[in-house]
Design a binder for this molecule. Structure first.
Ligand code: FE2
Length: 333
């Protein structure tokens, strides 16, 4: 069977929100991304020449609703479609209008773990509008994709199996973290040289997943340390919430901070992660790291109010069970 590893790149995320005003300030003024409001009813952010990296559509979910994966060629695209539909999972063709909103060609959608829809496409359209960003060095994308997404789950094996079955994702490593006396295992999966495009945080030990949103955080990568730190400064100055201050991760050694988006999930801005390039790929062995961070990443401004919100989220989530796609969770390779 064809190995798709290396031909898959996180292309965009789709967000459903009613907070366009807050997102405009957050995405453009605080984080420093390029804002595109040329289309009616949607808002888009760019990180590079691609027309769209974040598509914001109006609606009440306040969440990431879909991940868009760029596939290198039509063969890879056909292979993913045949794997998904071969397992009895419906793949739906999307309209030309939906593809245009995402700035992509050949768009289909199929169900993903944790209720997060997965979309694939073959080509991203390049914008002819010059980039207008507050980030001098830009963002690191290209072959490595837009960044990564972290998802909490009570079914970590199934979720890992899903990404292995569909995209031939490989396990980069594990982190064991202790949060409030509870052991949290995080699995990091790569589909190209980026150390991870998907992080899976196992919350099996909890009765319910404490994270309301389908994605716990989305990560983007600043090209320079100055750009990452100035984004941190702007997020603070503009009054947005920092969830975790600047720190360094144990596994991919990246420096980063986490801010809370207007929709409630977090946006991590990182810098300088280790990549698993061709020279490392052959000998890479997954290891287990103790703790998420070497230093920093301390919680900021945790108050009684945050605690109450957390509790409310737990109660809200308790009402519905996690949606998975059991048909696609088989082969871990
Ligand atoms: Fe992350």
């Amino acid at each position: 069977m064809t190995d798709l590893f290396g031909n898959v790149h996180l292309g965009y995320v789709v967000i459903e929100t009613d907070k366009f005003g807050d997102w405009r300030r957050f995405g453009r003024d605080a984080i420093g991304m390029h804002l595109d409001e040329a289309l009616s009813d949607v808002m888009r952010f760019r990180l590079d020449d691609n027309e769209c990296r974040f598509l914001l559509q109006r609606g009440p979910a306040e969440d990431v609703t879909a991940l868009g994966w760029q596939l290198d060629d039509h063969n890879t695209f056909d292979e993913v479609v045949s794997r998904v539909s071969g397992h009895g999972v419906p793949v739906t063709e999307r309209s030309a209008e939906e593809a245009a909103l995402r700035g992509v060609e050949r768009l289909v959608r199929f169900p993903g773990p944790n209720g997060l829809a997965q979309e694939i496409f073959t080509r991203a359209r390049i914008s002819d509008t010059p980039l207008d960003m507050q980030v001098d060095g830009g963002f690191v994308t290209g072959e490595d994709g837009l960044g990564h997404v972290a998802i909490t789950t009570k079914k970590p094996h199934q979720m890992r199996g899903y990404y292995s079955t569909v995209f031939d994702a490989r396990l980069s490593d594990y982190i064991d973290e202790n949060v409030g006396g509870m052991n949290l295992k995080i699995r990091f999966l790569r589909v190209n040289e980026r150390h991870h495009s998907v992080a899976i945080a196992n919350v099996q030990q909890l009765k319910v997943d404490p994270i309301r949103t389908k994605a716990q955080h989305v990560n983007i990568q600043a090209a320079t340390l100055d750009d990452m730190l100035s984004a941190y400064q702007r997020v603070r100055e503009l009054g947005f919430t920092i969830a975790w201050s600047v720190g360094q991760h144990t596994n991919d050694r990246s420096l980063s901070f986490y801010s809370v988006t207007p929709s409630g999930f977090e946006l991590e801005v990182g810098w300088n992660p280790v990549t698993v390039g061709p020279e490392r790929e052959a000998t890479w062995e997954p290891t287990t790291y103790q703790g998420i961070s070497i230093w920093g990443h301390t919680p900021v401004g945790e108050t009684v109010v945050t605690k109450l919100h957390q509790f409310a989220n737990v109660m809200r989530n308790a009402r519905h069970a996690e949606v998975s796609v059991p048909e696609l969770t088989g082969a871990v390779r």
